[in-house]
Design a binder for this molecule. Sequence first.
Ligand code: TMP
Length: 245
Amino acid sequence: MEKKAQLYEGKAKKVYATDDENLLIVSYKDDATAFNGQKRGTIEGKGVINNKMSNILMALLEENKIPTHFVKELSDRETLVKKVKIVPLEVIVRNVSAGSFSKKYGVEEGIVFDEPTIEFSYKNDELGDPLLNDYHALALKLVTKDELETIKKYAFRINEILKKVWSLCKITLVDFKLEFGKLSDGRIVLADEISPDTCRLWDSESGKKLDKDRFRRDLGGTEDAYCEVMARLMQNIKSAQEIKF
Ligand code: TMP
């Protein structure tokens, strides 16, 4: 597969065209940003870990009937994916209070919910990714009703699968952000990435944060945390593949 022109550079990834109009190559960077790009830095080796982790998890989701953009890992940092039109929604699922949820509603972090929650942000950096509800998403014509139902169904199913995978690794899946895309035939698939950049992952016993919050909150040890999470996933992925979800 030949890598052609760079089409886009985001905060954590670059996207290239290929000689197949339906396929793209994504290349994961070590660059890290937070607070809508106000905080910038580098997490050494993050691109390699996020690429591999995202691919392992997306392949597992595919096996469990969640369609994704993943096609094939090409190298440490590069992956071949299906070309999609990104649905401009950040889809956030939460199992435990943390981050903006705790701040907004004035509750401590670490409260385990009886049921997971879902929320949407309008993916728009200029507006600061404002929170919106289903009706707003429909009014803005960001999605159709059917697409929204599909996205919610997939998001909760993904949560069930990922919660079990991380629990095998002795990690609590606190919350995470997903992005979906539309293939040329209109089908919705999971896109973007699943990594410690986009998930909150806490050690189940100590509660230690093993995700990008270490960078966001200047806790130190960010690289080690990413390595730790990756190592635990590699140790447990075989067992995860055997689970009937
Ligand atoms: P929040 O608590 O800051 O709203 O974040 C919820 C989850 O979404 C958390 O796992 C981190 C992830 N996230 C992103 O992936 N990208 C973002 O831009 C933000 C704000 C959060």
